[in-house]
Design a protein around this ligand. Structure first.
Ligand code: NAP
Length: 302
């Protein structure tokens, strides 16, 4: 069973594994099947769900909302995360000529209103700024956040893919603590462990949320030398710790990081979700952790 962890704002608790819904539109599920999947991961204790306005070309939140509307009482068991600020060139927005970022107050508020309508809920537990916007005016974002909080539309705020200085800038204008920085962490790419991002979060005792833990599935199929080295090492460690599959080693490897990342799963296959839950029982030694590090980098530690 998956436990709950307190986020920096003590009123907010997340499950220690999160179900990601980026790929929901690819799963080809009926509304009833989407509801069944949601109920199945809730039964495992996975109560936190990760969305963004743009997922599935602006479709995924609505697909989720349609399923939730079949059993609205489930809302009370969920913590809903969604994001804003990526503006995609999309038929839904024909006036846009180019993909870009938008952290203006009006865009943040419009995006949240759309997310609430699509998800068919009254409020969002955590809103993230999806990507750093070079044109971000932190004071303006703070005004948007305050209004959304006062209106009861969003309870908590955070960021995604932010560098430490960007995180500090936004935090400096807010009264509430930012709850997380959602970043890419997997054995093929763990730049955030070296560029100060995870150090900052550990310092502030903030749980990172880790996206694409399995490198979007690439870790199972990639053919580069790095992929092969990493897969070989993960397979060796799987047999040492009694894991059924390398995904379990990967989740244990990410959870070994002292900033205590919360892994977001991207699979729509409930058996793979169950496999990730099993990984919560494994703890890697320092040497096992660093064997994956070395396999990924292609050289020993300096
Ligand atoms: P992921 O877990 O790295 O990749 C999921 C993909 O891997 C799915 O296509 C899945 O296919 C496949 N997969 C899983 N286990 C497999 C196995 N044993 N063999 C072969 N393929 C396997 O996660 P992700 O979807 O890239 O990202 C997870 C979540 O993070 C997203 O849903 C989203 O919520 C969030 N995210 C956030 C950002 C951001 O910028 N903040 C960026 C990307 C993602 P099946 O469905 O068939 O199992």
């Amino acid at each position: 069973m998956v436990n709950q962890v307190a986020m920096v704002a003590q009123q907010l608790q997340f499950s220690e594994l999160v179900q990601g819904y980026w790929r929901l539109a690819e799963w080809g599920m009926t509304a009833q099947q989407r509801l069944a999947f949601l109920e199945q991961h809730l039964e495992l204790g996975i109560t936190t769900v990760d969305h963004a306005d743009i997922y599935g070309g602006y479709q995924c939140e609505a697909l989720f909302g349609e399923a939730l509307a079949l059993k609205p009482s489930l809302r009370q068991q969920l913590q809903i995360v969604t994001k804003c600020d990526i503006n995609l060139y999309n038929p839904k927005y024909p006036h846009r000529n180019i993909n870009h970022y938008d952290t203006s107050k009006s865009h943040i508020i419009d995006s949240v209103n759309n997310s609430l309508a699509n998800l068919r809920v009254d409020n969002i537990d955590l809103l993230l700024i999806h990507r750093p916007d070079v044109l971000m005016d932190a004071d303006e974002v703070a005004v948007a956040f305050t209004e959304l909080k006062q209106q009861g539309k969003v309870n908590h705020f955070g960021v995604s893919n932010f560098a430490p200085a960007q995180f500090d800038l936004l935090q400096s204008r807010l009264e509430q603590p930012l709850v997380t920085n959602q970043v890419e962490i997997n054995p093929l790419n763990f730049e955030v462990a070296h560029d100060g991002t995870l150090d900052q979060l550990q310092m502030k005792r903030i749980h990172p949320m880790a996206w694409s833990c399995l490198a979007g599935g690439d870790i199972f199929s990639g053919n580069s030398e790095q992929h092969v080295r990493v897969r070989t090492t993960l397979t060796e460690i799987a047999s040492e710790i009694g894991a059924d599959s390398i995904d379990q080693v990967i989740y244990a490897w990410i959870r070994r990081l002292p900033s205590n990342p919360i892994a977001i799963m991207g699979s729509g296959n409930i058996e793979r979700v169950r496999s990730a839950v099993t990984a919560l029982d494994f703890t890697l030694s320092r040497e096992q952790f660093y064997r994956v590090w070395v396999a990924s980098k292609g050289h020993g530690v300096p």
